[in-house]
Write a protein that binds this ligand. Structure first.
Ligand code: T1G
Length: 706
């Protein structure tokens, strides 16, 4: 049932102050009924002789979360935000916005157009539009800059930061902060302003913070970020708008911003980043899970292994205020692990991203031990030792003995069989995969992997735990490599074949970097070290599950390691290194020539477009198989996995979104041509063929004829 304008903004009068309460679930976004309601209620308050001042507040302890993102790209109905802003600016009665919860994007822009703002101390404010491929299009780039100055505006808007009410007051964005109910403070504040009389301040006319701005800061900002912003639109336009706030008159600045906003709105990056915004929230939802299933509370976490992963996971937990029991097999390993955790925190304090007090509090939540019985009262235990099935099963058998009934026993394995690990316990329903990504205290993705017997409660609990520790949880089924690493293998295999056919590590890495990845696969492999992969392949060859003589086998990676080239740590891998500086190595190219000759391949020049289409096409084809096998719940979960765990450029929306934007029919043509040329590894996924035949998208919705 749609909400009426009258319901979206309620009108009450307390003594001589009109209270406009915005109530537009779920987050009081600036949807059409809410905008219409604001216009009606502001008119009503202006005309109400009993009213001397006006307070605007949000219901449910939330102010306004910004424009209604669901309206983007659709025909807009109802009044524009600017109409409401002008009414507040021109009001003869003082208007005070009372902020609790969040005032973000258009929500903060609404408040900045009012003469006054008071906030609850717990409130957060910000202009995070850049995360959606947009810029503050409701006057925010102009008003905020005129209040805080260009340097602070560049930082807040380019980073899309949420700041506290106290910080907002320090910067002049908030007039008063209260620990009490913000409504009471706002009414008293409004009444005092009415007493004092007008005219009331107009933030758009402020000049003190922008006059005399050094114009070079904008050029410097653009140059310093050119690489990071490659392929994007919004960040560059944000700098332009903040510069306009310092150089143009108010109305011209607002007009400049409006035009720049439209450019961002039409750009493919906005559709991609809005897709990921909703995909991230969708990923937390478990299909078919009864609403009656409640996640178990997680109040104490045990972690087995204080290595890079275990230490990073421990940091994620204590950063969220969760006590951790960190267990290792030997004292020196425990000491080394804690030393690494402490040095990570020292870097954060030096960088200013954490205070010493916060670090001391976090470290105070870690208890170290060598004794499994200390895990007895943990609600969740996460095993993070190296990828050896026998050792993992031994650990889970011990956990089964010592952990309390109902404790969740999780493994951080990146590819091993969850069911086999669970078989080492008498409680497979409590066993699940919680795959973190290195560095675990930084990377946002948490790939939760359900075993055949993982209970709905266990699944719901680790999904909720992911959000509790500030991660983006995705649920995967139990297959080799789950979602992310299984597609990464398809990506790597195609890249290795491209090498044999004529590409080079640097031409492939450049193509991927130009596409938007932070780095290409061969540089990434050199950084993580080539020996682990080599040992795993040798293990599979010895076990007879991998045939190095198969025509499809690409031996370069083995030849490189056998030549003592283990990657960056040994000074050579796919590249040769001076410290961290990688340069192409003729040695590798001569290895490739030898391999190609032996296979009868005539090497050829391979362009960037073919490299991207082959690598991404292989990934998407594998992704479609993952969907078909229900290993991923939905295509957008695969996009979330890649955007938050594998560096896929967010402004392209993820591999499955990219494929859909390219056209699944066009992609299927490429896959079929490669299948004819390269054989089975390019066998088209059934799902892609079905979607193209039925002209539907990944979700089965009909694709409108272009
Ligand atoms: N529009 C529409 N729906 C929204 C929304 C929005 N702005 N924000 C959240 N939702 C939905 C979300 O999809 C989910 O739906 C539900 O609300 C709860 O969200 C002109 C153009 C406010 C911090 O970027 O950061 O203003 O899954 O799970 O954890 O310049 O939502 O339940 O169906 O995230 O309590 C700028 C985006 C917009 C803020 C609350 N504003 N939102 O977090 O809830 S562009 C933003 C958030 C703009 C102007 C421009 C968070 C939150 P469902 P949730 P939460």
């Amino acid at each position: 049932m749609s909400i009426t304008a009258e319901d979206a903004v309620r009108y009450d009068v307390r003594d001589d102050v009109a209270i406009l309460t915005i109530d537009f679930p779920p987050v009081n976004a600036l949807g059409a009924p809410m905008r219409e309601g604001m216009v009606q209620r502001l008119r009503q308050a202006e005309a109400d002789a009993a009213v001397r001042a006006i307070v605007v507040i949000g219901a449910n302890d939330r102010f306004v979360a910004g424009a209604d993102i669901r309206e983007f790209g659709k025909a807009k109905k109802g009044p524009e935000l600017v109409e409401i802003q002008t009414m507040m600016e021109e009001s003869r009665k003082p208007v005070v916005c009372a902020i609790d919860g969040h005032a973000l994007g258009g929500g903060l822009e609404l408040a900045l157009a009012a003469p006054f703002r008071v906030a609850a101390s717990r409130a957060k404010i910000g202009l995070p539009e850049v995360n959606l491929g947009l810029l503050p299009g409701g006057g925010g780039s102009q008003r905020l800059t005129r209040i805080v100055g260009p340097e602070v505006a560049l930082d807040l808007i380019l980073e899309g930061k949420h700041i506290s009410a106290a910080k907002g007051k320090e910067l002049g964005l908030i007039d008063e902060v209260t620990d009490g109910p913000v409504i009471d403070t706002a009414i008293a504040f409004a009444r005092a302003k009415a007493q004092h009389g007008g005219p009331f301040p107009k933030t758009i006319e402020r000049t003190d913070k922008v006059a005399g701005t050094d114009p070079s800061i904008f050029k410097t900002t653009r140059e310093a970020n050119a690489k990071k912003w490659q392929g994007m639109v919004a960040p560059f336009k944000i700098v332009d708008c903040i510069e306009a706030a310092c150089t143009l008159a108010p109305r011209e600045g607002l007009a400049f911003e409006k035009e720049a906003f439209q450019v961002c709105l039409q750009a493919p990056s906005r559709a991609a980043q809005v897709h990921l915004f909703f995909a991230e929230r969708q990923a937390a939802k478990i299909e078919g899970l009864s609403a009656s299933v409640e996640p178990k509370p997680i109040r104490k976490v045990g972690i087995i292994g204080a290595g890079t992963m275990g230490g990073g996971i421990a940091m994620s937990c204590v950063n969220a205020g969760l006590p951790v029991v960190l267990l290792e097999a030997a004292p020196d390993a425990l000491d080394a692990g804690m030393a690494k955790v402490k040095s990570n925190y020292e870097i954060s304090v030096k960088r200013g991203s954490r205070s010493q007090a916060q670090v001391d509090k976090a470290l105070g939540l870690i208890t170290t031990t060598l004794d499994y019985t200390d895990l007895a009262d943990c609600d969740l235990v996460i095993e993070a030792v190296f990828e050896n099935m026998a050792i993992k099963k031994e650990i889970f058998a011990k956990l089964d003995e010592v952990c309390k009934p109902g404790a969740i026993l999780a493994t951080n394995t990146s590819a091993l069989d969850i069911d086999e690990i669970a078989s080492a316990t008498k409680r497979p329903e409590d066993v699940i995969g919680t795959h973190f990504f290195s560095p675990a205290n930084v990377m946002k993705l948490l790939e939760n992997v359900r075993g055949t017997k993982s209970s709905p409660e266990t699944i719901a609990t680790v999904m909720a735990f992911g959000k509790q520790v500030g991660k983006v949880p995705v649920l995967a089924g139990n297959c080799e490599g789950f979602i992310g690493n299984r597609m990464l293998r398809a990506y790597g295999t195609e890249a290795e074949h491209l090498l044999e056919e004529g590409a080079t590590p640097s031409s492939i890495d450049k193509a991927l970097k130009d596409f938007g990845f932070p780095m290409g696969i061969f540089l990434m492999r050199d950084m993580s070290g080539l020996d682990v992969g080599y040992r795993m392949r040798q293990g599979r060859i010895e076990a007879g599950t991998l045939d190095p003589n198969a025509p499809d086998y690409t031996p370069l990676a083995d030849r490189i390691v056998e030549a003592g080239r283990l990657g960056q740590k040994s000074g050579a891998g796919y590249y040769k290194y001076e410290g961290r500086d990688a340069t192409p190595d003729p040695e590798v190219e001569s290895m490739l020539k030898t391999i190609a000759k032996k296979k009868g391949i005539t090497r050829r020049e391979i362009g960037e477009e073919e490299i991207v289409n082959r690598i991404l096409g292989a990934m998407v084809n594998e992704g479609a198989k993952i969907l078909d096998e229900r290993v991923a719940q939905r295509a957008s979960d695969i996009d979330v996995t890649y955007a938050f765990g594998y560096g896929f450029p967010k402004y392209r929306g993820g591999p499955m979104f990219w494929a859909q934007q390219k056209g699944l029919d066009k992609l299927l043509e490429i896959i079929r041509a490669n299948h004819a040329r390269y054989g089975d590894r390019w066998k088209p996924a059934k799902l892609i063929e079905e979607r193209v035949a039925s002209r539907t998208d990944w979700n089965g919705a009909t694709i409108e004829a272009a």
